[in-house]
Ligand binder design. Structure first.
Ligand SMILES: C[S@@+](CC[C@H](N)C(=O)[O-])C[C@H]1O[C@@H](n2cnc3c(N)ncnc32)[C@H](O)[C@@H]1O
Length: 275
């Protein structure tokens, strides 16, 4: 979904939907899981920017890794920034701050960060994340490090072919029609960094998964909210509202199944700004 952002006139909000259920799932993310490829390069005192930080739980983990270095999380969504601030206050992390901002027009001076990171954000720019990466490069100091991570397109689910997989197929069809998101763009993470002028680029892969009863149930609640929000798929004639509602109900049932399992491959890359 692409909508004008009321908090920042002129900016574009790209999202598959923000809701308490999505926030709840996203807030389960940690730096240990989602930035494992980057953590070995962080040291105390590093100044880091997290672009599209969402609820900020990853950002807070990154702040712990670089303390007392300052970490700034930006997101185009004001509700996300409010949640991130509340999460940081609850955790008591003194060296992190959050502000509303657009990755396409970062509100920072040139050469002002040692590290720039974006998790599950670059994919919202289809096959053209160049402006976002140009901005991240601009705010990095010479010799600074970038790290990006996105889904790589491969899911391993139990049961195979179940309602989650059917819902994924509908969303992939929407993305293929609109070009707003490139499904599986994680595979291009390293290529995008090289195209943006970063050097010594290297790619990585990891597997994100939800396997405990609690995690699967939260995932199912999130997926049900998302599926009901696939109105673009109805507009494009790819499905109808009754099918979306049936899938949402089946996904909620799937979330109660002790045998249910969800995982996907994610691909990441790092690179340096020459200098
Ligand atoms: C899938 S969430 C990922 C959040 C977080 N990085 C994580 O992995 O938990 C994508 C986030 O990117 C943000 N976003 C989308 N377009 C943006 C833009 N142009 N500038 C900054 N943030 C943006 C959304 O508001 C959303 O919070």
């Amino acid at each position: 979904m692409t909508t004008p952002n009321p908090q920042q006139p002129g900016a574009t909000l790209r999202t598959v939907g923000w809701s308490p259920a999505v926030a709840q799932l996203t807030a389960q993310r940690t730096a240990g899981q989602q930035a494992a490829f980057l953590l070995p390069y962080l040291k105390p005192g590093t100044r880091l920017l997290d672009c599209g930080c969402g609820p900020g739980t990853i950002t807070i983990g990154l702040a712990e890794a670089v303390a007392p270095g300052e970490v700034v999380g930006i997101d185009i969504g004001a509700p996300q920034i409010e949640v991130a601030r509340a999460n940081a206050a609850q955790k008591g992390t003194p060296n992190v701050r959050f502000q509303v901002g657009d990755i396409l027009k970062l509100p920072f001076e040139d050469n002002s960060f040692d590290v720039a990171y974006a998790n599950n954000v670059i994919m919202y720019f289809g096959d053209s994340p160049d402006q976002a990466l140009k901005e991240m490069r601009r705010v990095l100091r010479p010799g600074g490090l970038i790290g990006i991570r996105n889904p790589g397109g491969g899911y391993v689910l139990n049961p195979e072919g179940g309602p989650v997989q059917q819902a994924n197929a509908i969303l992939t069809n929407v993305w293929n029609h609109t070009g707003q998101v490139l499904p599986g763009s994680g595979r291009k993470a390293k290529a995008y960094l090289r195209r943006a002028g970063f050097v010594r680029c290297e790619g990585f892969a990891d597997c994100e998964f939800y396997g405990s009863p609690e995690a699967i149930q939260k995932m199912a609640e999130t997926e049900a909210v998302r599926v009901r929000g696939y109105t673009r798929a109805v507009e494009l004639g790819l499905t109808d509202e009754a099918t979306l509602e049936r899938l949402a109900q089946e996904i909620l049932e799937w979330g109660k199944d002790a045998d249910a399992f969800w995982s996907r491959i994610c691909c990441s890359a790092i690179g340096w700004k020459e200098g």
